[in-house]
Design a protein around this ligand. Structure first.
Ligand SMILES: Nc1nc2c(c(=O)[nH]1)N[C@H]1C(S)=C(S)[C@@H](COP(=O)(O)OP(=O)(O)OC[C@H]3O[C@@H](n4cnc5c(=O)[nH]c(N)nc54)[C@H](O)[C@@H]3O)O[C@H]1N2
Ligand SMILES: Nc1nc2c(c(=O)[nH]1)N[C@H]1C(S)=C(S)[C@@H](COP(=O)(O)OP(=O)(O)OC[C@H]3O[C@@H](n4cnc5c(=O)[nH]c(N)nc54)[C@H](O)[C@@H]3O)O[C@H]1N2
Ligand code: SF4
Ligand SMILES: [Mo]
Length: 695
């Protein structure tokens, strides 16, 4: 029995973003749960408003505490047995009629390592389907692909966060950390106090850009050209680290040739960034003792996101940054477990340990851990958007199980994707609230929240962290691991699954052993004792690896690879009918699809509704005043929200946050153009028309 009269306390981490701020959770005798910040190397005692209020969802009236099943068009409460039986029976029937691949899974980067691993395993040996992918594809997949291409491994930051505060020059490309990772701002302050230079590239003068020594404000979708121009300048000024290029890299000659045509005046015309600013940025990077280049979604969520990140990696390599202590290139991973979530098998082309699913040696290793024949493992499936787009089509899956995502709000071209979801024979959602996606499901499983389960998360630094449960899930609620295990047992493979997160982690250690993301030496005890353990960590008697690439890169020859990349226009550029750029992103108070944060009072008060940010000159041309309702129309659909006027945005660009559904859904507008390599959708640019709303 739990002692309900005493105050209980556990050290854990915030449920939201990849900074994974350390927090204490306290259960008071009165039954409430309090959040207190905690000293941890990443947040150093800081929390943002979302972290402070995270516990408010635990006992929220909107919390689901019973399974729901659809009957006569309505969701009604059901017992666990009824709901689980209904799903298992439907899956069996669908697979008998249409084949194993007719059932698909959509996962999330907020799931613990244990859940992400179990979900990937459930797809491959529980359902025998190739159709599994996750929302990380919408997040950092372009940076991951570029990192793999250049360095042979993808770890968001290949160095600890602390290095950032000590960099002489820091370049942030499409990252608004002041709103997306507020405690990160400490590193910016520290960097400034040491006399460092901060350069921000963003079409908006965000709270982050306003702290910068230099703000470059390009046309959306032109970051690649900007990087090539900075490299062009570095070449003509003789700033290249020739010795590093010769000893640690391959492929520079091609890049040298290609960037020759990115002379600054030409790139000023392409990007709108003054030549003098490009020169100042290149100089600050090239002449600094230590310099760090970081990209985030602003640079990456484009149909050329992989090449754009490659262009910044090229710039970094030419200046000799990656692998030099205190310097480097990194991507700011977004979701709480965005890093671990992409390492353990919920991605369509991967097996645990960041192994490739089409690599025979990887298949043999993982199949041995799972006790199956390697030939039984399915091959790679389609990427997230392609999977969602195929749902319910003659050749596509007829059933989808969603764990940890709300694609009705967050997927690109969302009205179309909502239609695909509705066309399924079976949509199952595991969630703790009735998200917009759960609301159209056939079966909803109420699952545990972060304060109610143990597990591990891997933060943006590749540091494995421990999530500690404070209390048990409320009556009627089960964990995601339990839902997976119960379904597996009804489908005849129950013996392969467990509800115990620690047992899952032990299996994950074995499955990841020898892979790029090697967790074999990570134990829950070590994670607690050492403030987290950085992967790779191949054995318990070896330390983790806070800094990668110091001696060599993870490529076959140990050298980083340059790759020449060229600017190309966005998939959809403005024209007479749709004359403006739309870009989308985040505000401080809300998280992602807003399913969690829109239910929390202080956050709702801080940011009650969506808005369309535009320059006063544009507003004047449209005859729109601050606060007036506007409609924004693209070739995919329409959204409606009040106008917010600000001088901080380019007059040719409007911005909308994507945290709201319904009429204010920004993703009704966004395009489904995909990057050819990462399959990342172009969330950050499409062409729109804005008008004053008529009614
Ligand atoms: N408050 C809050 N914090 C979050 C999240 C959240 O939903 N809310 N989500 C978490 C997750 S999953 C993620 S992925 C991260 C995302 O973190 P960020 O990448 O920092 O967030 P975004 O707002 O998506 O985009 C960053 C900036 O890119 C700019 N931008 C748009 N188009 C372009 C372009 O073409 N080029 C350049 N250079 N910049 C452009 C936008 O103006 C925006 O300011 O945040 C994490 N933290
Ligand atoms: N226009 C536009 N669209 C975007 C972006 C953008 O910048 N612009 N950014 C994209 C990015 S970077 C991302 S990461 C995606 C994110 O978008 P989504 O994938 O929709 O992410 P969330 O809103 O975090 O959805 C998580 C859902 O799962 C639930 N949940 C949370 N934790 C758990 C858990 O442990 N188990 C279960 N079963 N459920 C859980 C939550 O209640 C919520 O309903 O959006 C993408 N969409
Ligand atoms: S910055 Fe991220 S991890 Fe830290 S409290 Fe805010 S949402 Fe949570
Ligand atoms: Mo993300």
């Amino acid at each position: 029995m739990e002692d309900v009269t005493a105050t209980r306390e556990v050290a854990t981490h915030c449920p939201y973003c990849a900074l994974q701020c350390g927090m204490m959770l306290r259960a008071t005798p009165a039954g409430s749960v309090e959040v207190h910040p905690r000293q941890f190397p990443t947040n150093r005692g800081g929390l943002c408003q979302k972290g402070w209020t995270a516990a408010e969802l635990l006992d929220h009236p909107d919390r689901l505490t019973t399974p729901l099943v659809r009957q006569d068009g309505e969701l009604r409460p059901a017992t666990w047995d009824e709901a689980l039986d209904r799903v298992a029976t439907a899956i069996t029937g669908i697979q008998e009629t249409h084949g194993k691949d007719a059932v698909a899974i959509f996962g999330g980067g907020g799931l613990t390592n244990e859940k992400a691993y179990a979900l990937g395993k459930f797809a491959r040996v529980g359902l025998h389907t190739k159709n599994i992918d996750y929302n990380g594809r919408f997040c950092m997949s372009s940076a991951a692909a570029a990192g793999m291409r250049a360095f042979g491994v993808d770890r968001g930051l290949p160095f600890p966060l602390a290095d950032i505060g000590e960099a002489d020059t820091l370049l942030l490309v499409g990252a608004n950390v002041a709103e997306t990772m507020p405690p990160f701002a400490r590193y910016l302050t520290e960097q400034k106090e040491r006399g460092g230079t901060l350069i921000v590239i963003d079409p908006r003068a965000t709270a982050t850009a306003r702290q910068a020594s230099l703000h470059l404000q390009p046309t959306p979708g032109t970051d690649l050209a900007l990087a090539n121009a900075m490299l062009h300048i570095a070449l003509s000024e003789g700033w290249i680290d020739e010795e590093y290029v010769a000893s640690r890299t391959t492929g520079f000659d091609d890049v040298r040739r290609v960037v020759a045509s990115y002379w600054p005046a030409r790139v000023e015309r392409l990007t709108g960034v003054p030549v003098a600013d490009m020169e100042a940025a290149a100089r600050a990077l090239a002449t600094a003792g230590t310099a760090i280049i970081l990209t985030a979604r602003g640079a990456e969520q484009h149909a050329k996101g992989v090449d754009t990140v490659t262009a910044y990696i090229n710039l970094g390599l030419a200046l000799g940054l990656p692998g030099r202590p205190g310097s480097g290139y990194g991507c700011l991973t977004g979701q709480g477990n965005g890093q671990g979530g992409r390492e353990h098998g919920q991605k369509a082309d991967q097996l645990p340990g960041y192994r490739k699913i089409d690599d025979p040696a990887a298949r043999a290793h993982v199949a041995a851990v799972w006790g199956v024949d390697p030939d039984e493992l399915p091959g790679p499936g389609p990427s997230a958007y392609e999977l969602l787009d195929s749902l319910g089509t003659p050749a596509g899956p007829k059933a989808l199980l969603v764990f940890g995502s709300n694609p009705v709000v967050s997927a690109p071209r969302a009205a179309h994707i909502e239609g695909r979801l509705k066309s399924l024979d079976l949509l199952v959602v595991a969630d703790f609230v009735l998200s917009e996606t759960a609301a159209i499901a056939d079966v909803v499983f109420p699952t545990a929240q972060w304060a109610e389960e143990d597990g591990t998360m891997t933060n943006l630094e590749g540091r494995v962290l421990r999530r500690h449960a404070l209390r048990k899930p409320p009556p009627g609620v089960r964990t995601d691991l339990a839902v997976i295990a119960e379904l597996a047992s009804r489908l005849g493979t129950g013996a392969r699954f467990t509800t115990e997160p620690r047992a899952v982690f032990e299996e994950l250690r074995r499955a990841s052993a020898g892979g790029a993301a090697d967790y074999a030496g990570v134990t829950w005890e070590r994670v607690d004792a050492e403030d987290g353990v950085f992967w790779p960590c191949p054995s318990v008697d070896r330390p983790g690896t806070p800094r990668l690439f110091l001696d060599s890169f993870a490529t076959p020859d140990g050298r980083a690879r340059f790759l020449a990349v060229e600017h190309r226009p966005a998939a959809e550029e403005p024209d007479a009918e749709y004359p403006l750029y739309l870009t989308t992103g985040r505000v401080l108070a809300h998280y992602q699809s807003g399913a969690q944060t829109r239910r929390i009072d202080p956050l709702r008060k801080a940011a009650p509704n969506a808005f369309v940010e535009m320059h006063p000159d544009l507003a004047a041309r449209l005859g729109v005043d601050s606060g007036d309702e506007v409609t924004v129309t693209s070739r995919r659909g329409q959204m409606r929200a009040p106008a917010r006027l600000t001088e901080t945005i380019r007059p040719d660009t409007v911005f909308a946050p994507f945290h709201w559904g319904g009429a204010a859904r920004a993703n009704s507008l966004t395009s489904d153009a995909l990057d050819p390599t990462s399959r990342m959708p172009e969330f950050k640019v499409c062409a729109v028309r804005v008008e004053a709303a008529t009614t």
